[in-house]
Design a protein around this ligand. Structure first.
Ligand code: FAD
Length: 655
């Protein structure tokens, strides 16, 4: 079915682009600005919620483009992909369709921190996202550039508060109304590109920046605090020019693991997966970096660069004398190019060529497209609510790189949640928040809105306090049921599957729990297992499954009558058993935080006159960040436990 969709994609694109200026309606529930990773998920989620949605993006054929690395997932990021999929988002299924090298990172550690990851075929990924969006009911896609947001003047009863009413397109006065707008402009807001000593306006190579009018609306009309961030991308290398005898091949997993809970296998056959290669920098690389410094204005402005995707220039300057890893990654099944991960750079193109030729295997390498840097505006995310709505502007939602994050997965996760809430706002439903106790998406949003960013934010498993519970394997149980029953963004097909899985797991765990035997009797049943620690006490099947050498399949072959029908869930049951104890321990802490999350702090509190004992410094922090709940207040830097106790009393007395 998908193949048919993709084959008609071209005609769809023509049809859709012709729609510009001939829109069937001039009024939508939700308008999403930008068709990157945040915008695609936002538009699809809003339409799934039942809102008439318009996606406006500069170029329809760049919807779903991977601006930088051709990969999805990884440590922490893989969790986000699984959660987006559990909420019926697009990127997990797109990854399964476009993946050409699948691997689970961090395998040596526990399954809670495994990182599902895939190298992607760029073209297939983009085509999948475009086909999905163009085939989504209630979603119209329009090619155009948004010049300005339409907003009301501040309400005299609520000084400083605006309401968004729509957008105005560039090149003319075409205006389209909406009850809510989601801005996902990525690296395009006042974007400038850097290469050598040249700077030019742009959001990405080949693409113009977002118009100055949009920045003006955000800063001057809405009074939002805006900052500037930077990132960069490596040159793309001609595959045939690399000497593969001098680099180390790395194999993918033998059995690719799908991202999506709806898929049992991925499109690419295991044996058709491509290879990645590892090489590393030499002292010659460091020499070229130093020799070209005076020609490199991006690095001159800030030698540190972004911490989580640093350029080769900043890596070499910060850690001189070291050999830095360079991964050569395939860009697609029919692509002649390789992506050299670790070699993001902004020096002039002739110096880029000199640099890569100092690397083993790349002495004769050719560059197809040089690397470059980008600087762009982001909106300080502490000005957003947990629904990703701008606190001072009703109906305006922000998601993705515009909120100071980096990465497709972080963008897609915010996009989905902003799309859900923009639709809820438009359909007069109350906003919803995801807690950091139930999802990595909740952690991401809570970190952004309560702590803000000083450098591009990316997800890591260490950011999630409850990572034993927030595992990639159980994202469907955590979010699909809620997504259908409470949120409204999940299809009934996906919901029914999640219910089947939940019921089967519960049944299987109950069956394992009833299998209670003494240690010697277990040893008789499973002679290969040594149960040395507990000789006298009896053990249940769940206890036994926690042993490193015991698999569910072993138990099922010993007790086929009660367990064999659950072998489909062998790995999930093993993981459930292993984490049972940790999750039980975390339960109380989770309940405490959930209680605090439910204690809302009114957004119009005057913290300076609040009649409770708070230091001036604490009052200033609370006034600046305006946490929406007591939980969010506890995570603000500089807020003391004593201040929280006093705030708690205030909430009790007023609420
Ligand atoms: P984007 O994917 O940037 O999408 C924005 C979309 O909005 C585009 O489709 C654009 O056309 C559209 N748009 C913008 N303004 C308007 C307007 N006014 N009207 C209509 N449409 C508009 N990520 C990493 O994780 N690691 C890296 O090393 C890395 N390096 C990068 C290097 C470069 C040079 C670039 C450009 C990006 C890099 N990224 C990197 C970032 C990665 O591309 C983003 O994190 C991700 O794409 C963000 O998704 P997004 O949806 O927020 O924005």
């Amino acid at each position: 079915m998908l193949t048919k969709k993709l084959s008609t994609l071209h005609s769809f694109l023509l049809l859709a682009s012709r729609r510009a200026g001939h829109l069937a309606r001039q009024q939508y529930d939700v308008i999403v600005v930008g068709g990157g990773h945040a915008g695609a998920e936002a538009a699809a989620a809003a339409a799934r919620m039942g809102a008439e949605t318009l996606l406006v993006t500069q170029k329809i054929h760049t919807i779903g483009v991977l601006s930088c690395n051709p990969s999805l997932g990884g440590i922490g990021k893989g969790h986000l992909v699984k959660e987006i999929d559990a909420l019926d988002g697009l990127c997990g299924r797109a990854g399964d369709w476009a993946g050409i090298y699948f691997s689970i990172l961090n395998r040596k550690k526990g399954p809670a921190v495994w990182g599902p990851r895939a190298q992607l075929d760029r073209q297939r990924y983009r085509e999948f996202i475009q086909a999905e969006l163009l085939g989504t009911p209630r979603l119209t896609v329009l090619e155009g550039s948004v010049e300005e947001l339409q907003v009301t003047e501040p309400n005299p009863e609520e000084p400083g508060h605006h309401r968004v009413t729509g957008i105005r397109l560039a090149n003319g006065s075409h205006q389209i109304s909406a009850r809510s707008v989601v801005l996902t402009t990525g690296t395009f807001l006042s974007g400038s590109l850097f290469m050598g000593q040249t700077t030019s306006p742009g959001g990405r190579i080949g693409d113009a920046p977002s118009s100055a009018g949009l920045s003006y609306t955000l800063q001057e009309r809405l009074g939002l605090r805006v900052g500037r961030l930077r990132t960069g991308t490596p040159p793309r290398i001609v595959k045939d020019s690399v000497d593969f005898s001098l680099v180390e091949p790395h194999l993918p997993d033998k059995h690719p693991t799908p991202f999506s809970f709806l898929n049992t296998h991925v499109r690419c056959k295991p044996e058709e997966q491509l290879l990645c290669y590892l090489t590393c920098t030499t002292p010659g690389v460091e020499r070229v970096v130093r020799e070209s410094l005076h020609l490199n204005c991006h690095i001159q402005q800030d030698t540190k660069g972004p911490r989580y995707c640093p350029s080769i220039e900043s890596r070499v300057l910060r850690f001189p004398g070291r050999a830095h890893q360079v991964w050569l990654e395939p860009e697609g099944v029919n692509s002649d190019l390789l992506y050299p991960q670790g070699l993001s750079m902004t020096m002039p193109p002739d110096m880029q060529l000199l640099l890569i030729r100092e690397i083993p295997g790349m002495q004769r390498a050719e560059i197809h497209t040089p690397g470059y840097g980008v600087q762009y505006d982001f909106v300080c995310p502490t000005q957003l609510s947990p629904a990703l709505q701008v606190k001072s502007t009703q109906g305006l939602f922000l998601a993705g790189q515009i909120n100071g994050t980096t990465g497709y997965e972080e963008a897609a996760a915010q996009g989905l949640w902003a799309g859900v809430n923009a639709a809820r706002w438009a359909l007069s439903m109350p906003p919803l928040a995801l807690s950091r106790t139930e999802s990595y998406i909740g952690v991401l949003i809570d970190d952004l809105i309560s702590r803000g960013v000083t450098e591009p934010y990316r997800m890591f498993t260490s950011r999630a306090e409850f990572r034993a519970s927030l595992r990639p394997d159980n994202a469907d149980l955590r979010l699909t049921l809620k997504g259908f029953e409470e949120v409204g963004c999940v299809s009934s097909l996906r919901y029914q599957e999640a219910v089947r899985v939940r019921d089967s797991l519960q049944e299987a765990l109950a069956a394992l729990q009833t299998l209670t035997l003494s240690a010697p009797n277990w040893t008789k049943k499973l002679p290969n297992i040594r149960i040395s620690e507990v000789k006298t006490t009896s053990l249940t099947g769940v206890d036994l499954l926690q042993y490193r050498d015991v698999s569910f399949e072993m138990l099922a072959s010993a007790f086929p009558e009660c367990l064999s029908r659950f072998t489909e869930f062998s790995q999930r049951l093993k993981i459930e058993a292993v984490y049972r104890f940790h999750c039980e321990l975390q339960k109380k802490e989770i309940e405490r935080i959930q209680k605090e999350e439910n204690m809302a702090l009114p957004q119009d509190i005057d913290y300076f006159s609040l009649p409770v004992s708070l230091s001036q410094e604490v009052r200033e922090i609370l006034d600046r960040f305006r946490p929406s709940t007591l939980g969010a207040a506890t995570r603000l830097q500089g807020i003391t436990p004593a201040a929280i106790v006093n705030l708690l009393q205030y909430v009790y007395h007023t609420g």
